[in-house]
Unconditional design. Structure first.
Length: 231
């Protein structure tokens, strides 16, 4: 694990990237949230984020997040799930996470709704869409999104904040650009059709955050550029 000073330097570098991407896209800095991804790092990574004023963190596994939530019970961050969730772990996920960004199937959507209801919560979610049509990625297909959103809006214990995508890993930046613009256009179409805001577009990571900001991302999920490579 890196030191807090190293983290601070990394954060300054990421911040400069965000500022210049916002400038190029003629967007305000405040229109994009930086969410540190603390997966595969100890709870100290979450502590660093909080010390730097970054109050939402991304985790990709229920088990790992559960132990960090326990260890870091003095921390006041929002925990967000960004990794694929098996529907049999929906109960734990609802108990632990403040938002689930990786809702990628009807079955999971139904389970989360039921668990949220049982636990007396209203759970904020994002619908994950595989706009890059990457066979290695989870997420609804674009042509499934209308029915997914309809089901999510009808789920009384879920609150749909917006959409999330992960671009295919590819050296050609056009691939990520297409996936990100695809998500934004899909959001615009769905928002109009269902008369909902869907304000959140969670897209962009260490390697493609500039492309995502240019395409309209409201939240970038950054791990490697802040904490170094995962052990
Ligand atoms: C790991 C992960 C990230 C962060 O990726 P980096 O390239 O390390 O910035 C973002 N989003 C998801 C869904 C991830 O699993």
């Amino acid at each position: 694990m890196i030191s807090y000073d190293e983290f601070s330097q990394n954060l300054a570098t990421v911040e400069a990237r965000i500022v210049s991407a916002c400038k190029r896209a003629k967007r305000s800095r405040e229109s994009v949230l930086l969410m540190p991804v603390t997966k595969n790092h100890p709870v100290a990574a979450v502590d660093y984020a909080q010390r730097a004023g970054l109050l939402s963190v991304g985790e990709n596994r229920v088990q790992e997040a559960a132990s960090k939530v326990k260890e870091g019970s003095d921390l006041a961050v929002r925990w967000e799930l960004i990794g694929h969730l098996q529907s049999n772990k929906a109960k734990d996920a609802v108990a632990i996470f403040d938002r689930v960004q990786s809702v990628d199937s009807m079955k999971l959507l139904g389970r989360l709704n039921r668990q949220a209801e049982e636990q007396g919560k209203r759970l904020p979610i994002l619908l994950q869409c595989n706009t890059g049509e990457d066979p290695n990625k989870y997420g609804f297909r674009v042509d499934e999104m209308e029915s997914a959103l309809e089901a999510a809006l009808n789920a009384e214990s879920l609150e749909v904040d917006g959409l999330m995508t992960i671009a295919p890993l590819d050296d050609d930046p056009e691939i990520a650009k297409t996936a990100f613009i695809g998500l934004r256009e899909l959001r615009d179409q769905l928002a109009e059709r269902f008369h909902v805001e869907l304000r959140e577009l969670s897209m962009g990571m260490t390697g493609d955050l500039e492309i995502a900001i240019a395409a309209g991302s409201t939240q970038i999920r950054v791990g490697t550029a802040l904490y170094g490579s995962r052990g």
